[in-house]
Write a new protein. Structure first.
Length: 132
């Protein structure tokens, strides 16, 4: 899922069956080598460590990773806190979509195309709800 600072949902990928790493999904949806994010300021979590090696963007904010057997410095902790305070809007976007119970309750449906459509509809309703 890609969202902006206004909590609008800009992109939702198709659903993946089973456990799939977030960065793998990103590489499947936006293959490296093209300038997908060239004109954007990107904020990611620690699951996207190799992003800067494979994609170009205006600026990239990834939290500092804790080194083995040592602690982060106070400056690094402060930077991580600032980054997470900006990224919380993504979590609010996800929570806003889950207000529609079809996403938060157990759905006993094996048709993933139907679930992708439901996800898109809920994202559209969420975007409609938050527009000024």
């Amino acid at each position: 899922m890609i969202s902006n600072e206004k909590k609008q949902i800009l992109y939702i990928s198709n659903c993946y069956v089973g456990k799939e790493h977030d960065f793998t999904i990103l590489k499947n949806e936006f293959p490296p080598g093209k300038n997908w994010f060239k004109n954007y300021h990107i904020q990611l979590d620690l699951g996207f460590q190799g992003f800067k090696d494979q994609y170009q963007c205006k600026s990239l904010e990834i939290p500092n990773r804790k080194p083995r057997k040592t602690e982060l410095t106070q400056k690094q902790k402060k930077e991580n806190k600032m980054i997470s305070s900006k990224r919380v809007t993504v979590e609010h976007s996800i929570g806003g979509m889950k207000r529609y119970r079809i996403l938060s309750d157990r759905l006993r449906n094996r048709d993933f195309e139907f679930y992708d459509n439901v996800l898109g509809i809920c994202a559209g309703l969420w975007n409609f709800l938050i527009t000024d």
